[in-house]
Design a protein around this ligand. Sequence first.
Ligand code: PAF
Length: 302
Amino acid sequence: MNLFTTIAEMRAASRAARQAGRRLGFVPTMGALHEGHLSLVRAARACCDAVTASIFVNPTQFGPTEDLAKYPRSFERDRAMLEREGVDLLFAPFVEEMYPAGAVTWVTVDELSSKLDGRSRPGHFRGVTTVVSKLFHIVEPDAAFFGQKDAAQVAVIRRMVRDLNFPVEIVVCPIVREPDGLAMSSRNAYLSPTQRKQALVLHRSLARVEKLAECGERSAKQLIAAGREEFSREKLSRQELTGHERSGKDVFAEVKLDYFAIVDPDTLDPVDDISNGALVAVAALVGSTRLIDNILINRSNP
Ligand code: PAF
């Protein structure tokens, strides 16, 4: 695996691969890799001749009060994992390479960028679309691979690619879960053992909605109420904890629901009825860690 830190080197290597007639797959990441990222690499390897991955903790997608400074960084471990998965080219630029002094140009997908996570994290998707479009210009991939876990990100990137005519196919891969259902995320590393257990409420709420939908419930209002109820129960069970558990070193923190929404997966607008398919998406703070998860119902999963 060849590692590049400059745009010029990365672009030259990508172009050489494509000029040799190889279909180039691209997996953009912020590092702190887990099985979810590796599933994207495997999907890229399965349908491309060469795979480029990037590791870049993109400062512009973090808000001023978010976790940029403490975002997990594990470059050597990530690099070894990507090498083992057969990645051909790795792009790991420094911040100054991607954002030279005086850079003031942004790529913004209006409206969509202020829905779901975009509403709770103003400016987040502007940072994502700016860095992803820069990465697409540098790597010039034929196909780029993203995880369904970031469902709103997927909708925003798809729209950007369509609106700006990027010649890249967007491939969305299913969420990879821990055996108990927790969606894999680099941020799971922040959770204490107790918070790790509490975090399961996200998956439980979605599983409940999925079951009700399978039993014929079509009303988004009813389904949202059922999903939210799981969060209220979580609160109750917290109150039932013994004093010992509460005073333990493993600080018990509340789970705060950010949103539980049922929306059209492309427009991210709320739907009233799920008959034509819908994205059920949830975000919550477990302690100070923001987690997201989702399911697609009545739509074929990616
Ligand atoms: O999904 C992520 O890890 C990031 O948002 C991405 C797409 C790598 C852009 O920084």
